[in-house]
Write a protein that binds this ligand. Structure first.
Ligand SMILES: [Ca+2]
Ligand SMILES: [Ca+2]
Ligand SMILES: [Ca+2]
Length: 417
Protein backbone atom coordinates (compact mmCIF):
# COMPACT_ATOMS: atom_id res chain seq x y z
CA UNK A 1 0.00 0.00 0.00
CA UNK A 2 1.28 3.39 -0.96
CA UNK A 3 -0.42 6.20 0.92
CA UNK A 4 -1.28 9.35 -1.00
CA UNK A 5 0.83 12.41 -0.42
CA UNK A 6 -1.63 14.52 1.54
CA UNK A 7 -3.05 11.74 3.68
CA UNK A 8 0.22 10.08 4.64
CA UNK A 9 0.46 11.50 8.13
CA UNK A 10 -3.19 11.03 9.00
CA UNK A 11 -3.24 7.46 7.70
CA UNK A 12 -0.09 6.60 9.56
CA UNK A 13 -1.44 8.13 12.76
CA UNK A 14 -4.57 6.04 12.51
CA UNK A 15 -2.52 2.90 11.89
CA UNK A 16 -0.32 3.77 14.83
CA UNK A 17 -3.30 4.17 17.13
CA UNK A 18 -4.69 0.87 15.96
CA UNK A 19 -1.44 -0.98 16.34
CA UNK A 20 -0.03 0.53 19.52
CA UNK A 21 -0.43 -1.87 22.33
CA UNK A 22 0.97 -3.05 25.57
CA UNK A 23 0.74 -6.49 27.00
CA UNK A 24 0.38 -7.51 30.57
CA UNK A 25 1.07 -11.14 31.36
CA UNK A 26 0.58 -13.00 34.57
CA UNK A 27 -0.45 -11.41 37.82
CA UNK A 28 -1.79 -7.89 37.66
CA UNK A 29 0.21 -6.69 40.64
CA UNK A 30 3.27 -4.62 39.85
CA UNK A 31 6.91 -5.59 40.23
CA UNK A 32 6.31 -8.10 43.05
CA UNK A 33 9.41 -9.35 44.83
CA UNK A 34 11.78 -6.87 43.19
CA UNK A 35 9.24 -4.28 44.00
CA UNK A 36 8.60 -1.98 46.86
CA UNK A 37 11.44 -0.78 49.00
CA UNK A 38 10.77 1.29 52.08
CA UNK A 39 10.13 4.90 51.27
CA UNK A 40 13.35 6.89 51.08
CA UNK A 41 15.35 3.75 50.38
CA UNK A 42 17.39 3.64 47.18
CA UNK A 43 16.27 1.06 44.69
CA UNK A 44 18.48 -0.16 41.85
CA UNK A 45 17.16 -1.09 38.43
CA UNK A 46 19.14 -2.55 35.54
CA UNK A 47 18.58 -0.93 32.15
CA UNK A 48 19.99 -2.61 29.04
CA UNK A 49 20.12 -2.13 25.30
CA UNK A 50 20.84 -4.96 22.88
CA UNK A 51 20.87 -4.79 19.10
CA UNK A 52 20.16 -8.50 18.81
CA UNK A 53 19.92 -8.86 15.00
CA UNK A 54 16.55 -10.56 15.39
CA UNK A 55 15.53 -9.23 12.00
CA UNK A 56 14.67 -11.53 9.15
CA UNK A 57 14.67 -11.29 5.34
CA UNK A 58 10.91 -11.52 4.80
CA UNK A 59 7.77 -10.51 6.65
CA UNK A 60 6.54 -13.24 9.00
CA UNK A 61 9.87 -15.08 9.13
CA UNK A 62 10.71 -13.94 12.68
CA UNK A 63 7.30 -15.06 13.98
CA UNK A 64 7.82 -18.41 12.25
CA UNK A 65 11.32 -18.76 13.73
CA UNK A 66 10.14 -17.92 17.24
CA UNK A 67 7.08 -20.21 17.05
CA UNK A 68 9.27 -23.11 18.09
CA UNK A 69 12.06 -23.14 20.71
CA UNK A 70 14.52 -24.35 18.05
CA UNK A 71 16.05 -21.16 16.62
CA UNK A 72 19.73 -21.35 17.55
CA UNK A 73 20.37 -17.59 17.33
CA UNK A 74 17.30 -16.70 19.42
CA UNK A 75 18.42 -19.23 22.03
CA UNK A 76 21.81 -17.52 22.30
CA UNK A 77 20.22 -14.04 22.43
CA UNK A 78 17.94 -15.23 25.21
CA UNK A 79 20.88 -16.70 27.12
CA UNK A 80 22.77 -13.38 26.96
CA UNK A 81 19.68 -11.70 28.45
CA UNK A 82 19.38 -14.40 31.11
CA UNK A 83 23.04 -14.01 32.06
CA UNK A 84 22.76 -10.21 32.44
CA UNK A 85 19.15 -10.16 33.77
CA UNK A 86 18.08 -6.60 32.88
CA UNK A 87 14.95 -5.15 34.46
CA UNK A 88 14.20 -2.92 31.46
CA UNK A 89 15.49 -4.14 28.11
CA UNK A 90 15.41 -2.56 24.66
CA UNK A 91 15.97 -4.94 21.77
CA UNK A 92 16.91 -3.22 18.52
CA UNK A 93 16.52 -5.07 15.21
CA UNK A 94 13.43 -7.02 16.22
CA UNK A 95 10.93 -7.20 13.33
CA UNK A 96 7.58 -5.58 14.14
CA UNK A 97 4.26 -7.34 13.70
CA UNK A 98 0.99 -5.63 14.57
CA UNK A 99 -0.19 -8.37 16.95
CA UNK A 100 3.04 -8.37 18.95
CA UNK A 101 3.36 -12.08 18.23
CA UNK A 102 7.13 -12.11 17.84
CA UNK A 103 7.66 -10.45 21.23
CA UNK A 104 5.17 -12.80 22.92
CA UNK A 105 6.77 -15.86 21.33
CA UNK A 106 10.28 -14.71 22.24
CA UNK A 107 9.17 -14.49 25.87
CA UNK A 108 7.35 -17.81 25.87
CA UNK A 109 9.70 -19.98 23.84
CA UNK A 110 13.07 -18.42 24.67
CA UNK A 111 13.19 -16.11 27.72
CA UNK A 112 10.93 -18.36 29.80
CA UNK A 113 13.17 -21.33 29.04
CA UNK A 114 16.53 -21.62 30.80
CA UNK A 115 19.53 -22.02 28.49
CA UNK A 116 22.72 -23.87 29.49
CA UNK A 117 22.07 -23.44 33.18
CA UNK A 118 20.96 -19.79 33.03
CA UNK A 119 17.67 -19.16 34.80
CA UNK A 120 14.54 -18.23 32.85
CA UNK A 121 13.54 -14.57 32.99
CA UNK A 122 9.98 -13.27 32.82
CA UNK A 123 9.02 -9.82 31.64
CA UNK A 124 5.45 -8.98 32.54
CA UNK A 125 5.40 -5.86 30.41
CA UNK A 126 6.22 -5.56 26.76
CA UNK A 127 5.92 -2.77 24.25
CA UNK A 128 6.07 -2.77 20.47
CA UNK A 129 4.80 -0.23 17.96
CA UNK A 130 5.18 0.43 14.23
CA UNK A 131 8.54 1.32 12.70
CA UNK A 132 9.17 3.54 9.68
CA UNK A 133 11.41 0.89 8.16
CA UNK A 134 10.04 -0.58 4.95
CA UNK A 135 7.01 1.73 4.74
CA UNK A 136 6.97 3.01 1.13
CA UNK A 137 7.36 6.79 0.91
CA UNK A 138 6.17 6.97 -2.70
CA UNK A 139 9.22 9.07 -3.57
CA UNK A 140 12.66 8.49 -5.04
CA UNK A 141 14.45 9.30 -1.78
CA UNK A 142 17.82 7.89 -2.85
CA UNK A 143 17.66 9.76 -6.19
CA UNK A 144 18.52 6.68 -8.24
CA UNK A 145 15.84 7.43 -10.84
CA UNK A 146 13.19 4.93 -9.71
CA UNK A 147 10.68 4.71 -6.89
CA UNK A 148 10.47 1.68 -4.62
CA UNK A 149 12.58 -0.70 -2.62
CA UNK A 150 14.25 -0.48 0.79
CA UNK A 151 16.11 2.79 0.11
CA UNK A 152 12.95 4.72 -0.81
CA UNK A 153 11.05 3.67 2.33
CA UNK A 154 10.65 6.09 5.27
CA UNK A 155 13.40 4.03 6.90
CA UNK A 156 15.60 1.44 5.22
CA UNK A 157 13.78 -1.88 5.14
CA UNK A 158 12.43 -4.55 2.81
CA UNK A 159 9.02 -4.74 4.52
CA UNK A 160 7.13 -2.61 7.05
CA UNK A 161 8.64 -3.06 10.50
CA UNK A 162 11.84 -4.84 9.50
CA UNK A 163 14.62 -3.92 11.98
CA UNK A 164 12.01 -2.64 14.46
CA UNK A 165 12.28 -2.48 18.24
CA UNK A 166 10.77 -4.16 21.30
CA UNK A 167 10.96 -3.28 24.99
CA UNK A 168 10.67 -5.90 27.74
CA UNK A 169 10.20 -4.71 31.32
CA UNK A 170 9.81 -6.20 34.78
CA UNK A 171 8.45 -2.83 35.90
CA UNK A 172 5.11 -1.42 34.78
CA UNK A 173 5.07 0.70 31.63
CA UNK A 174 2.60 3.55 32.11
CA UNK A 175 0.49 2.94 29.06
CA UNK A 176 -1.52 6.16 29.09
CA UNK A 177 1.64 8.30 29.24
CA UNK A 178 3.59 6.67 26.40
CA UNK A 179 4.63 9.05 23.63
CA UNK A 180 5.85 7.99 20.20
CA UNK A 181 7.61 10.09 17.56
CA UNK A 182 7.29 7.97 14.45
CA UNK A 183 5.75 10.74 12.35
CA UNK A 184 7.75 13.84 13.39
CA UNK A 185 8.99 15.50 10.19
CA UNK A 186 12.70 16.19 9.79
CA UNK A 187 12.02 19.65 8.30
CA UNK A 188 10.27 20.66 11.55
CA UNK A 189 13.51 20.46 13.53
CA UNK A 190 14.99 23.99 13.65
CA UNK A 191 18.43 24.01 12.00
CA UNK A 192 17.98 20.47 10.67
CA UNK A 193 21.06 19.13 8.84
CA UNK A 194 19.06 18.55 5.63
CA UNK A 195 21.36 17.11 2.95
CA UNK A 196 22.42 19.00 -0.16
CA UNK A 197 22.50 17.72 -3.73
CA UNK A 198 26.06 18.72 -4.70
CA UNK A 199 25.11 18.66 -8.41
CA UNK A 200 22.87 21.73 -8.07
CA UNK A 201 23.62 25.25 -6.82
CA UNK A 202 20.62 25.36 -4.49
CA UNK A 203 21.42 24.53 -0.85
CA UNK A 204 19.98 21.62 1.14
CA UNK A 205 18.08 20.28 -1.86
CA UNK A 206 18.82 16.54 -1.88
CA UNK A 207 15.16 16.08 -0.93
CA UNK A 208 12.54 18.06 -2.86
CA UNK A 209 10.02 20.26 -1.03
CA UNK A 210 7.40 17.58 -1.76
CA UNK A 211 9.63 14.93 -0.20
CA UNK A 212 10.46 17.08 2.83
CA UNK A 213 6.73 17.58 3.40
CA UNK A 214 6.45 13.87 4.27
CA UNK A 215 10.02 12.92 5.32
CA UNK A 216 10.00 11.49 8.85
CA UNK A 217 13.04 12.14 11.00
CA UNK A 218 13.02 8.77 12.77
CA UNK A 219 14.34 5.91 10.66
CA UNK A 220 12.49 3.46 12.97
CA UNK A 221 10.67 5.34 15.74
CA UNK A 222 11.45 7.19 18.95
CA UNK A 223 9.51 6.09 22.04
CA UNK A 224 9.19 7.71 25.46
CA UNK A 225 8.07 4.86 27.71
CA UNK A 226 7.49 5.95 31.33
CA UNK A 227 8.40 3.02 33.59
CA UNK A 228 7.40 2.93 37.26
CA UNK A 229 10.31 1.90 39.51
CA UNK A 230 9.64 1.99 43.25
CA UNK A 231 6.94 4.61 42.81
CA UNK A 232 9.16 6.84 40.66
CA UNK A 233 8.66 7.41 36.93
CA UNK A 234 11.68 6.85 34.69
CA UNK A 235 11.20 7.93 31.08
CA UNK A 236 12.84 5.26 28.95
CA UNK A 237 13.82 7.03 25.74
CA UNK A 238 14.55 4.49 23.04
CA UNK A 239 15.44 4.73 19.36
CA UNK A 240 17.71 3.30 16.69
CA UNK A 241 19.09 6.04 14.43
CA UNK A 242 20.06 5.08 10.90
CA UNK A 243 23.60 3.93 10.20
CA UNK A 244 25.50 6.99 8.92
CA UNK A 245 26.67 5.08 5.83
CA UNK A 246 25.18 3.54 2.66
CA UNK A 247 24.90 6.97 1.00
CA UNK A 248 27.00 9.36 -1.10
CA UNK A 249 28.85 12.67 -0.74
CA UNK A 250 25.58 14.30 0.34
CA UNK A 251 25.82 12.16 3.55
CA UNK A 252 22.04 11.96 3.86
CA UNK A 253 22.22 9.09 6.33
CA UNK A 254 25.01 10.63 8.40
CA UNK A 255 23.01 13.85 8.69
CA UNK A 256 19.83 12.01 9.56
CA UNK A 257 21.71 9.95 12.17
CA UNK A 258 22.96 13.19 13.77
CA UNK A 259 19.48 14.69 13.93
CA UNK A 260 17.85 11.46 15.15
CA UNK A 261 20.27 11.57 18.09
CA UNK A 262 19.54 15.28 18.49
CA UNK A 263 15.83 14.63 19.00
CA UNK A 264 16.47 13.04 22.41
CA UNK A 265 19.23 15.54 23.23
CA UNK A 266 16.69 18.35 22.74
CA UNK A 267 13.81 16.41 24.29
CA UNK A 268 15.44 16.32 27.73
CA UNK A 269 16.18 20.07 27.71
CA UNK A 270 13.07 22.21 28.31
CA UNK A 271 14.86 25.20 26.72
CA UNK A 272 15.22 23.31 23.42
CA UNK A 273 12.28 20.93 23.19
CA UNK A 274 9.53 23.37 22.25
CA UNK A 275 9.47 22.34 18.60
CA UNK A 276 9.04 18.61 19.26
CA UNK A 277 5.61 17.05 18.69
CA UNK A 278 4.55 13.46 19.17
CA UNK A 279 2.27 11.25 17.10
CA UNK A 280 -0.76 12.64 18.95
CA UNK A 281 0.39 16.21 18.07
CA UNK A 282 1.28 16.97 21.68
CA UNK A 283 4.19 19.39 21.83
CA UNK A 284 7.27 19.70 24.02
CA UNK A 285 9.65 17.40 25.85
CA UNK A 286 10.39 16.24 29.36
CA UNK A 287 9.59 18.47 32.31
CA UNK A 288 12.45 19.88 34.38
CA UNK A 289 13.53 17.34 36.96
CA UNK A 290 12.12 14.32 35.11
CA UNK A 291 14.13 11.10 35.43
CA UNK A 292 15.12 9.36 32.21
CA UNK A 293 17.34 6.72 30.64
CA UNK A 294 18.23 7.21 26.98
CA UNK A 295 19.12 3.94 25.34
CA UNK A 296 19.63 2.29 22.00
CA UNK A 297 21.98 1.63 19.14
CA UNK A 298 22.83 5.23 18.21
CA UNK A 299 25.05 4.08 15.31
CA UNK A 300 27.63 6.73 16.25
CA UNK A 301 30.99 6.51 18.04
CA UNK A 302 32.38 9.62 19.75
CA UNK A 303 35.75 9.35 18.00
CA UNK A 304 35.81 6.77 15.20
CA UNK A 305 33.68 5.62 12.28
CA UNK A 306 31.61 7.60 9.80
CA UNK A 307 29.07 9.54 11.84
CA UNK A 308 28.90 13.34 11.69
CA UNK A 309 31.53 14.64 14.13
CA UNK A 310 29.94 15.38 17.48
CA UNK A 311 26.82 13.29 16.85
CA UNK A 312 26.98 11.17 20.04
CA UNK A 313 28.45 14.08 22.00
CA UNK A 314 25.00 15.68 21.73
CA UNK A 315 24.05 13.13 24.38
CA UNK A 316 27.38 12.57 26.13
CA UNK A 317 27.97 16.30 26.71
CA UNK A 318 24.32 17.06 27.44
CA UNK A 319 23.98 18.94 30.74
CA UNK A 320 21.22 16.58 31.90
CA UNK A 321 22.95 13.30 31.01
CA UNK A 322 24.91 11.35 33.62
CA UNK A 323 28.23 10.03 32.28
CA UNK A 324 29.89 9.37 35.64
CA UNK A 325 30.44 5.77 34.55
CA UNK A 326 31.15 4.34 31.08
CA UNK A 327 30.33 0.65 30.55
CA UNK A 328 33.37 -1.41 29.57
CA UNK A 329 34.27 -4.97 28.66
CA UNK A 330 37.42 -7.09 28.70
CA UNK A 331 36.55 -8.56 25.28
CA UNK A 332 36.55 -5.26 23.37
CA UNK A 333 40.27 -4.54 23.89
CA UNK A 334 41.17 -8.18 23.24
CA UNK A 335 39.27 -8.29 19.94
CA UNK A 336 40.62 -4.91 18.81
CA UNK A 337 44.15 -6.36 19.00
CA UNK A 338 43.23 -9.73 17.49
CA UNK A 339 41.21 -8.20 14.64
CA UNK A 340 43.57 -5.31 13.84
CA UNK A 341 42.81 -3.26 10.71
CA UNK A 342 40.94 -0.04 11.44
CA UNK A 343 41.06 -0.84 15.16
CA UNK A 344 44.80 -0.11 15.16
CA UNK A 345 44.26 3.57 14.33
CA UNK A 346 41.14 4.21 16.42
CA UNK A 347 41.17 7.06 18.93
CA UNK A 348 38.37 5.65 21.12
CA UNK A 349 39.12 3.28 24.00
CA UNK A 350 38.31 -0.27 22.78
CA UNK A 351 37.06 -1.10 26.28
CA UNK A 352 34.05 1.08 25.39
CA UNK A 353 33.35 -0.73 22.07
CA UNK A 354 29.90 -2.28 21.69
CA UNK A 355 29.91 -3.44 18.06
CA UNK A 356 32.18 -5.75 16.11
CA UNK A 357 32.17 -4.34 12.57
CA UNK A 358 34.34 -5.17 9.56
CA UNK A 359 37.92 -4.09 10.13
CA UNK A 360 39.56 -4.35 6.68
CA UNK A 361 38.31 -2.40 4.84
CA UNK A 362 35.73 -1.00 7.21
CA UNK A 363 35.09 1.11 10.28
CA UNK A 364 36.42 -1.47 12.77
CA UNK A 365 34.83 -2.04 16.16
CA UNK A 366 32.91 0.92 17.57
CA UNK A 367 31.04 2.28 20.54
CA UNK A 368 27.54 2.43 19.06
CA UNK A 369 25.18 1.34 21.84
CA UNK A 370 24.43 3.49 24.87
CA UNK A 371 22.55 3.45 28.18
CA UNK A 372 22.55 7.04 29.44
CA UNK A 373 20.66 7.93 32.63
CA UNK A 374 19.74 11.41 33.76
CA UNK A 375 21.89 13.16 36.34
CA UNK A 376 19.18 12.76 38.99
CA UNK A 377 19.67 8.98 38.82
CA UNK A 378 22.79 7.45 40.33
CA UNK A 379 24.98 5.26 38.11
CA UNK A 380 25.85 2.28 40.32
CA UNK A 381 27.41 -0.15 37.88
CA UNK A 382 27.49 -1.07 34.22
CA UNK A 383 29.25 -3.13 31.59
CA UNK A 384 29.34 -4.28 27.99
CA UNK A 385 28.66 -8.01 27.69
CA UNK A 386 31.80 -8.96 25.75
CA UNK A 387 33.74 -11.70 27.55
CA UNK A 388 37.34 -12.67 26.85
CA UNK A 389 37.88 -15.45 24.33
CA UNK A 390 38.98 -17.69 27.21
CA UNK A 391 35.65 -17.22 29.03
CA UNK A 392 33.12 -20.06 28.56
CA UNK A 393 30.48 -17.44 27.75
CA UNK A 394 32.51 -16.17 24.79
CA UNK A 395 30.49 -18.69 22.74
CA UNK A 396 27.56 -16.24 23.08
CA UNK A 397 29.35 -13.38 21.29
CA UNK A 398 31.97 -15.12 19.14
CA UNK A 399 33.53 -13.70 16.01
CA UNK A 400 32.04 -13.26 12.54
CA UNK A 401 29.77 -15.00 11.58
CA UNK A 402 28.30 -14.19 14.98
CA UNK A 403 26.16 -16.61 17.00
CA UNK A 404 23.98 -13.71 18.19
CA UNK A 405 24.73 -10.28 16.75
CA UNK A 406 27.48 -7.93 15.62
CA UNK A 407 26.46 -5.76 18.62
CA UNK A 408 26.98 -6.45 22.32
CA UNK A 409 24.48 -5.95 25.12
CA UNK A 410 25.19 -2.85 27.25
CA UNK A 411 23.74 -2.49 30.75
CA UNK A 412 23.72 0.10 33.53
CA UNK A 413 22.37 -0.13 37.08
CA UNK A 414 20.72 3.08 38.19
CA UNK A 415 19.89 4.04 41.73
CA UNK A 416 16.41 5.50 42.17
CA UNK A 417 15.46 7.41 45.27
CA1 LIG B 1 14.93 5.24 -5.59
CA1 LIG C 1 22.52 21.61 -4.05
CA1 LIG D 1 35.64 -6.28 13.79
Amino acid sequence: MRPGRTSTRRTAAAMLLAALFLTLDGAASAAGGDGAGRSGEERSARFATFNASLNRAVEGELVADLSTPDDIQAQAVAEVIQRVRPDVLLINEFDFDAEGLAARLFQRNYLSVGHNGALPIDYRYRFVAPSNTGIPSGFDLDNNGSVGGPNDAFGFGAFPGQFGMAVFSRYPILRDQVRTFQLFLWKDMPGALLPDDPATPAPADWYSPQELAVFRLSSKSHWDLPVLVGGKVIHTLVSHPTPPVFDGPEDRNGRRNHDEIRLWADYVLPSRSGYVYDDQSKRGGLKPGARFVIMGDQNADPFDGDSVPGAPQQLLDNPRVNTSLTPTSPGGPEQAVLQGGANLTHRGDPAFDTADFVDVPGPGNLRADYVLPSKNLRMLDGAVFWPLSTDPLFRLVGVFPFPTSDHRLVWVDVGVH
